[in-house]
Ligand binder design. Structure first.
Ligand code: PLP
Length: 379
């Protein structure tokens, strides 16, 4: 079956009542058949019927052996990092999400985990950064906020020959566009708070693993540490997934039109969007993502920090807020918002300038969004 059909039917099979929408189970504990005998579910940290359904559809859509739903994207990334023994080394993309930077540098370091940040769009620099104690490469399927595109198949062949894991945070590229496991990744992570949930009303995270053994190791950690997705959020996430492909297709169409419009705007110095022919990894993006290039655009104004802040605050439809991927469009300044947790030096090295603006394209009419940006930029 095709993606859209699976998104609607897998994990949504009617129960004994015939209800077309599965019920929401809020039970935290389950009656067992006998002392020392265990039923399918025993305690909701270890598994719950509502979470199991959404995990089933997520694994199916990612082409994974199994998926796990977490209480947030960061909880999912943290669980992946807990695969690492003390003293391990991680090679990560230099333009990753600020919260992932913080997790690696300010939490994982407490366990003597070392991190090297390298430009993930350059597979050779990843190969060169691998050391004897490197255990994982962690990249984003579109770098954040500079919109760089890593060559996932090339990086996967590097990690495979080094015998280490490749984890891909694919929050910016939902599975209706691209599935990193098909390109050789071992592990895909999503902040499901974004496109998968799609309505800015559900904080959630996902890990989907290529093989059963890795899935079991992650499940062990998740169950032992407890950052699972609750029943209500599992239901909301599952509902969002049913319209994912339709929402994302329209948002990508709109994003490409807005990126092209921005590129021709006199007040804009440069536009970073993988769908533009001017993007340095445009051809690579096309190979992996086809004709949908995501819903996120970054651009730099001809102006200073004060002017950038002014424009971010002057939109009427684009809400000034972090987050992305949902039905409403958002605008933010990475240097002071999504990437404020980077050290200033690391931000400068990664090329995240103060005049960079990041926008998330929602489902509003494209003309209205262009008009809003136009009036905010003051022309
Ligand atoms: N990864 C990326 C690329 C993100 O944009 C975010 C959140 O913005 C996260 C991870 C963290 O996800 P959450 O906020 O659901 O914990």
């Amino acid at each position: 079956m095709k993606f859209r059909t699976r998104a609607i039917h897998v994990g949504s099979e009617p129960d004994a009542t015939g209800a077309v929408i599965p019920p929401i189970y809020l039970a935290t504990t389950f009656i067992q058949p006998g002392a020392g005998e265990w039923g399918t579910f025993d305690y909701s940290r270890s598994g719950s019927p509502t979470r199991a359904r959404v995990e089933q559809v997520l694994a199916n859509l990612e082409g994974a052996a199994g998926a796990l739903a977490f209480s947030s994207g960061m909880a999912a990334t943290h669980c992946a990092m807990m695969l690492l023994e003390a003293g391990s080394h991680v090679v990560a993309g230099s333009d990753i999400y600020g919260g992932t930077y913080r997790l690696l540098h300010k939490i994982c370091n407490r366990n003597q985990i070392e991190v090297s940040l390298v430009p993930a769009y350059d597979a050779e620099s990843i190969a060169n950064a691998i050391r004897p104690n490197t255990k994982m490469v962690w990249i984003e399927s579109i770098g954040n906020p500079l919109m760089t595109i890593p060559d996932i198949p090339a990086i996967a062949s590097i990690t495979r020959s080094a015998g280490i894991l490749l984890g891909v945070d694919s929050t910016f590229v939902p599975p209706c566009i691209m599935r990193p496991l098909e390109h050789g990744a071992d592990l895909v992570m999503h902040s499901a708070t974004k496109a998968l949930g799609g309505h800015s009303d559900c904080l959630a995270g996902v890990l989907a693993a290529r093989d059963r053994e890795l899935h079991q190791r992650l499940y062990f950690t998740q169950n032992a540490t407890g950052a699972v997705l609750g029943g209500l959020e599992s239901f909301l996430l599952h509902r969002g997934i049913k319209t994912l492909a339709l929402r994302v297709r329209e948002q990508c169409r709109s994003a490409l039109m807005i990126a092209q419009w921005l590129e021709s705007h006199p007040r804009v110095r440069r536009v970073l969007y993988p769908g533009l022919a001017s993007h340095p990894q445009h051809e690579r993006a096309r190979k992996m993502m086809g004709d949908q290039f995501g819903t996120m655009i970054s651009f730099e104004l001809n102006g200073d920090l004060a002017e950038t802040k002014r424009v971010c605050g002057a939109t009427k439809l684009f809400g000034l807020a972090v987050s992305l991927g949902a039905v409403e469009s958002l605008i933010e300044q990475p240097a002071t918002m999504s990437h404020a947790s980077y050290d200033a030096m690391a931000r400068a090295t990664a090329g995240i300038s103060d005049s960079l603006i990041r926008i998330s394209i929602g489902l509003e009419d494209t003309d209205d969004l262009i008009e809003d940006l136009n009036q905010a930029m003051g022309t």
